[in-house]
Structures are given as structure tokens and as C-alpha cells.
Ligand binder design. Sequence first.
Ligand code: 1CP
Length: 326
Amino acid sequence: MRQAGRSLPEYRAARGSGTILEAIARPEVVTEVTLQPVRRYGTDAAIFFSDIVVPVAAVGFGVDVAPGTGPVVPSPFSSAADLRRLRPLDPDRDTPYVLEAVRMLRRELHVPLIGFAGGPFTVASYLVEGGPSRNFTRIKALMHTDPVLWHDLAERLTDLALASLRSQLDAGASAVQVFDSWAGILTPRDYATLVLPSTRRLFAELARSHPAAPRILFGVGTGELLASMAASGATVIGVDWRVPLDEARHRVGPAIAVQGNLDPALCLAPWDVVADEVADVVERAGDAPGHIFNLGHGVLPETDPGILAQVVDLVHRTGRAGVGRL
Ligand code: 1CP
């Protein structure tokens, strides 16, 4: 349940008034904010508190995260010369605060910690568009006008994600999630030819260095991409609420686990409606080969924390014991 903590009063208190990138650079704040939803809800795993733009910000690309907006890039990526702004990540030097927070969490947590990074398309979209986008016109134009430059950009971002994920696993994370949140804006062919290759390399290299760590790939609106995503080397595919999980299972095939997929907006409905939907998700997920119960995307800020507590409790009572443990 990404951003499960964001709607909590204790989150604002711990985070203070600085920017999110400042909060992310303070290991004791990151540790506290990561622990809060686990404490309150008793979830079976914790998602590390950070952001997908941390590696690009740490190598000095020039990106900030604006309150109420998200990532903003005053000088967007536009030509081959901008590749120089994406030097390799040295996690010990560039993001020591991430590693310290992961180590602190490893000591505090009694459930697995999920480390994460942004997928190549989603991180590139912020760098090329200059911020959040509705139609993703600039990045699509770049992908189709200069596929060689796109390839070089995607490969640089894959190297950054790989270095970051490996460092999080080495510091004590148990699993990784790649958020290619906005990949669903692409045609299946563009995803398969322009994004899947770098994603495959990312997961292949992770499988080589950390074979035991589950690899989750997530995106929104990816119904038509699920079969392609299942060929990425991920061991778990995140599914949003638009595709029922039994149908998603058909699309990803028998060897891959699924994650999801309660509609976050449903958590604003009366409890009996929510309970029916939770039961439906658990039912459709079936048994094999694994289901991580989750929302289909992040928690909406107006969500009542009490409803989320009831959701977690219901899943624990009705889900199949042991199947969902990472
Ligand atoms: O100041 C704040 O509190 C701003 C809100 C916020 C938070 C809590 C942002 C800005 N980032 C984060 C933390 C964050 N980001 C986490 C930590 C775990 C958690 O809170 O549960 C994670 C996993 C992310 C990952 C992330 N950042 C994604 C992928 C996940 C997803 O939701 O699809 C994306 C797309 C971002 C970019 C981003 N950062 C922040 C915002 C508002 C956005 C989205 C902007 C947009 O709509 O394009």
C-alpha cells in the first residue's frame, strides 16, 4: 500500500516542514516514516520511504520534488549532450543516507523491507517532460524521432536503477519493486520494443547478483502490457484495478505471482462495499503461484486510516495463510 503512511497524522509530524528530498536524506525520519504504516496496520512488508527521482537527483541531474506537484526538472533532457548529466551512481558516496536508513530498518523491522527504483520510462518521462505529464508528448516524440538517443537514455537510467537496487539489497532490503508507473501510456509495440529490453536487462542483472530477492514490476493502466511485462524477468507483476486478477493471471502466465489490485477509490465507500471487493480480489487471485494483496495504486490522501486497518485485518483473516509472505 504505497503512501499508506502519507495520510497518517503521525506522518506529517515526523516529516516536518522541509521538502520531501530533505526528509528522504534524513535516515531517522525515513526509518520512522517507513515503520509507521507497519505499526498501525500490521502489514506483512514495508515499502522503503524514498522517491523514484532520488538516484537522478543524487548524480546532480537537477531535479526537485515540489509539494503538491511531484518531480520538477527546470532544465529538461533534450539532446545527447544531456547524457553527461547522468553519470553512474556510486551509492556509498551519492546516497549514503539511503543505505543507513535501510540498515536501521533492517534492525527495527520484523517484516521484509521492499526497496525500490523507478522504471526507465517513468523516470525518463520526468526528465524529458520537465515534470508530471498528461499526454507524454515530448518523451514519445523523442522515442520516435531519435531511437538511438532514447536507447542511450534508457540504458543510463537502467544503470542508475540497478546500482541503487543492488545497494538497497546489500544493505538489507529483502525484495525490490520497479515502479514503471506510467508505462501504460505506451502502445504494446512501443513498450515491447522501446522499454522492455532495458527492463529485461535490469532484472537479469538483479537475478544474477541477488537470485533470492523477489522482483516486482508495477505500472498503472498496463492491462494491454501485462504479457510483455511478464517477459521482463520480474517474479511478480503488479496489476491495477482495471483488470480482474483472474484475467491478469491469464495474461501473465502460470509462472508469475501477481500483486494488487483493490481500487484505491473504493476505500472511500462504506465498509460493507469495501469488504465485498476485498473478498472478490482474494477470490480472483486464487492460490498459485502467489498473490501479494495490495491496492491497485497508492492510497488516496482522503482515505480514512480506519478503513485500511479493517482491510488489512480482513485480508489476514480470509487470505490463504503463508501464500503472501515474501
Ligand atoms: O511531500 C510529500 O509528502 C509529497 C508526496 C510524495 C511522497 C510521500 C512524493 C512526491 N513522493 C513520496 C514518497 C514516495 N514516492 C514513495 C515512498 C513510499 C510511500 O510513501 O509509501 C514511493 C514508493 C514513491 C515512488 C514514486 N514517486 C512513484 C512511483 C509510485 C506510484 O505512485 O506510481 C512516482 C510516479 C513518483 C513521483 C512522485 N513523487 C511525488 C509525487 C506526488 C509523484 C507523482 C507525480 C505525478 O503525478 O507524476
